[in-house]
Design a protein around this ligand. Sequence first.
Ligand code: G6P
Length: 485
Amino acid sequence: MASQVLVAANRGPLSYALSDDRTLSARRGGGGLVSGLSAALAEQPGALWICAALSDADREAVRRDVSEPGVRMLDIDPTMYDDAYNGIANSVLWFTHHHLYDVPREPVFDAEFRRRWASYVAYNEAFTRALAEEAAQGARVLVQDYHLALVPGQLRQLRPDLRIAHFTHTPWASREFLDMLPEDVRSQLVWGMLGADVVGFHTWMWAANFASGATIEDERGIAQASFPKDGRCGVDHRRSAGDGRYGVKRVTSVDVFALGVDADELRALAHRPEVDAKLAELRAEVAGRRTIARVDRTELSKNILRGLLAYRELLAVHPEWRGEVVHLASAYPSRQDLKVYRDYTAAVSELAAEINAEFGTKDWQPVLVSVKDDFARSLAVYRMADVALVNPVRDGMNLVAKEIPVVSEAGCAVVLSTGAGAYEELREDALTVNPYDVSATAEALHAALSMPAAERAERTKRLAAAATALPPAAWFTAQLAALEA
Ligand code: G6P
């Protein structure tokens, strides 16, 4: 049966595991996006999620034609996948959108880059072909993220009947960073995105960056962003016919859908017996001290090192906190195929060890680092933390900043970076910091620890209300509705 609603994302809602006797088992992925999208998709008859096979077990499942209803995994050649995912999506596009380059050395756009870019194009084409095959006439297609930026343009060519949306979960690069890309690559990226009827972002900042970067005139056509008075922004564009003439004008609307948290679901998850057990363990470890918590993938953009430096400065400048506070830092491994991520992970452990050596005593360890991706433990941390440190240099949204206030028991003061997308919605009741300013972050931690309990509880209530404004199912339906408009 052809599908009416399709989602395309690099990561799918499930992954396979292969046991010793070569039996395959499917496991539902965790995380707000996957559960939110899965719930919303379940209400759409015949909906389909197209994703890449990420592991050998996933590929084996595709080969054996084992499939779960509503999911189609693409078996993409592993070398091509590695070039597209690690080589381009995570090393070039992620770095560009998060402004992460160490500019004296990077980026370098050479022959090797060109080889990888060709893989990225082919990987996008694999998704495009699958979507074109599976979509019913006039179906709505929701393409996710920077991995698949070329899909809307490719799909528009194959299937002009489809309604196409693209949503970016990361920031969008400022014009200056976008302009670092080779001109033809930048053009492919922009025109790829403009194949969509609607492009969505978490905040107006990212949407405005996109619109400004999409004002372009080159051999592919002319595009011009407009910021009309009703607040909706769009890009008018005409493709070049190649003979000096242009095709019909199309409009891509640029919209904001600020993804939030499903409060009931998250609270239910946070009160399972296994979370209660982790909470009891943590309470014993912390032994009545105050806690500053962070929970992240070990990700360059999360600014974990400056977070640790700020904690060190807090202990140095406000010695009254020595022995009185514990920093619970969950930094679970991510993208370890990339050397720069492995080095960063090692640097985080080293700095935490230095702080422990400098200030620790025989009955107090200042930093407890946890590198296991343990959602139950994270939820226990959310419930008990006095202070949350969310200090990314740049982040599309940052759902941790939204999840903590929702499940916090006694109220949690959130120290929040101005670089997080969540800043737009949470800034009133968070303690906001410039992510590069370590001393200001140390002072914000001090202020957060010193905040009277009643004020903390009041702020947490308001943060939770803001955080739950657009839960995943509503976020998804809002995009479907924008495609109808
Ligand atoms: C960000 C991206 C997602 C990605 C996630 C985890 O949130 O926007 O698309 O899935 O990071 O990264 P990974 O590379 O492990 O999928």
